[in-house]
Ligand binder design. Structure first.
Ligand SMILES: Cc1cc2nc3c(=O)[nH]c(=O)nc-3n(C[C@H](O)[C@H](O)[C@H](O)COP(=O)(O)OP(=O)(O)OC[C@H]3O[C@@H](n4cnc5c(N)ncnc54)[C@H](O)[C@@H]3O)c2cc1C
Length: 499
């Protein structure tokens, strides 16, 4: 290949990461983003003195972000500063003790003492669980993360012995392995809900997903100083310094193709940009269907890469603070397995969901006017489905159930304290980011459906088409999509080297 003009469609974290990695390796990169700002789901909204992080709130695995800055010969701390969040999470239950998660052993041990039963046994089980989780993390990190394994066959050939020797926990579900190792019902629910990080069900995900607690117990849980969107700003500054052109409000309508090659992109205004290599940060299924207009005989094969959950995302500003909340909180369903079953199997709105609730002013008081609180409430719900019968009124009714639940768990007067409110539904999430059926985290992790794999980054249909972001391996969540962009670039560098 004589020239290397790379077009990146979408400036989410996956697209940004691929663009920076490729530019650093000598490629001529341009980014086209349909929205008026970069960052994709890493998004922000200001309303009446409240600043709401519309997307991610938990920052983990800083090493994958540091690696990206290092590829560009820079230090992350010169662009993005992180503050440790403590406690990591507060876990609230109806009529049961509240349990905080701490990285510090002595504090964590005091929390476990609140549980009924033998405190020594709880601590022993907890420690043993972390040892097992760390083992799973190290194995998965070694191949899937570090070597960028991209499909089941690469995985099997790399991990042959570890699979055969039973070191990788894939025979049990995540939930089964938790139940075998932890006897306390509250701890079981807490560890099951680590599956929040990838928007899936602990009952359908393989046991090795129990690596997830380690991403915060070993590597910390962080807040981006000044607000999560400062991560997008820091990456934007780096791209500007590197001379990567970013076209905003640039909606890509189609990918042009000729035989087994893609040749460029066509914008909604009809202009065409020729490219030698295309990287799509638009998710794999929408890109094949909408940009490439592929026949159903091909797109049907992609159905195993079904969307992860969606959510209603409720942001409220209140006229008083709620000291019962930590920065990150989980309000647990009375029956979490019923919650998973309703959302992921029956594909209905849950009556009593587990809620993720963020109140960032504990770390960053600038996010709400003095004496007020800034609260995000996120129950996971099914992605959009034709014929589901779920209406906007159903989403609003779910929102009301969430507020009721939080009031039952001790946040008395929450509803009447609301002075600012913004509700995003799956319809909004699909419209804003073009995610597959409003998915929040890309592709679902489901052993029976896809063995926990997301779509490959290399197109099986076009020799110079690649994908990055949450619909590709290693999956959704900020650190994973930033890693996917770097892995995507590595594949391109190998197959289309700069001469
Ligand atoms: C409410 C919510 C809470 C979350 N919480 C967390 C959390 O706490 N921690 C965490 O790590 N992760 C969290 N996530 C997940 C995380 O935000 C995502 O996994 C990640 O940001 C996705 O990045 P991406 O690059 O895959 O896709 P996106 O961010 O969706 O980026 C894709 C981009 O491509 C653009 N695009 C699509 N099609 C076109 C086109 N045809 N033309 C031009 N542009 C196009 C879109 O506009 C978008 O900007 C959360 C997400 C949401 C929504």
């Amino acid at each position: 290949m004589s020239s290397h003009r790379v077009t990146v469609i979408g400036a989410g974290l996956g697209g940004i990461s691929a663009a920076i990695s490729l530019k650093a390796a000598g490629y001529d990169v341009e980014v086209f983003e349909k929205n008026g700002q970069i960052g994709g789901k890493l998004n922000v909204m200001e309303k009446d003195g409240f600043t709401f992080d519309l997307g991610p709130s938990i920052f983990t695995l800083p090493q994958f972000f540091q690696d990206l800055f290092e590829r560009a010969g820079k230090k992350m701390e010169d662009y993005v500063q992180l503050d440790a969040v403590t406690p990591h999470w507060r876990n609230l239950f109806e009529n049961k003790p509240t349990i905080d998660l701490y990285q510090e052993e002595d504090l964590m041990r005091q929390e476990l003492d609140k549980l009924p039963g033998d405190p020594e046994a709880h601590w022993r089980e907890f420690k043993a669980f972390l040892t097992y989780g760390r083992e799973q993390y190290d194995i998965v990190n070694d191949g899937y993360f570090d070597k960028g394994l991209d499909n089941l066959w690469e995985f099997i050939s790399y991990y042959k012995l570890k699979l055969l020797g039973g070191k990788i926990d894939y025979k049990n579900s995540m939930s089964e392995s938790i139940h075998q190792r932890l006897s306390d019902p509250q701890l079981r629910m807490i560890f099951e809900y680590f599956i929040k990080y990838v928007g899936s069900s602990a009952m359908d995900s393989p046991g090795y997903m129990n690596l997830m607690p380690m991403i915060q117990f070993d590597y910390g849980l962080w807040y981006v100083r000044g607000g999560m969107y400062n991560l997008a700003k820091g990456l934007g500054k780096l791209m500007e310094e590197m001379g990567i052109p970013i076209h905003l409000n640039a909606d890509v309508e189609a990918i042009e193709k000729s035989g087994k090659q893609v040749t460029g992109i066509r914008m909604t205004d009809g202009t065409v940009h020729a490219s030698d290599i295309i990287v799509s940060n638009m998710e794999v299924i929408p890109a094949y269907k909408k940009l490439l207009n592929e026949p159903i005989s091909f797109t049907r094969k992609l159905e195993k890469f079904a969307p992860a959950c969606s959510g209603i995302v409720l942001h409220i500003g209140t006229n008083k603070p709620f000291p019962q909340l930590a920065h990150h909180n989980f309000f647990y369903s009375e029956d979490q397995h019923k919650h998973f079953d309703t959302v992921f199997h029956k594909k209905q709105l849950p009556q009593d969901p587990t809620l993720y609730v963020v109140a960032p002013t504990r770390t960053d008081p600038s996010k709400a006017p003095e004496g007020c609180d800034n609260i995000k409430i996120l129950p996971h719900i099914p992605p959009l489905e034709e014929g589901s019968g779920i209406t906007h009124e159903d989403y609003v009714a779910l929102k009301d159930r969430c507020i009721d639940k939080m009031e039952r768990c001790g946040l008395t007067g929450l509803r009447e304290s609301i002075v600012v409110e913004d509700l995003l539904t799956p319809v909004d999430i699909e419209r804003m980011y073009r995610s597959n059926r409003g998915s929040i985290y890309g592709v679902v992790t489901d052993w029976k459906l896809n063995y926990g794999f997301k779509a490959p980054k290399t197109s099986s249909r076009y020799k110079n088409l690649y994908f990055t972001g949450g619909s590709t391996n290693p999956g959704g969540g900020m650190p994973m999509v930033v890693l996917s962009g770097q892995q995507c670039a590595d594949r391109i560098i190998k197959r289309h080297p700069v001469s």
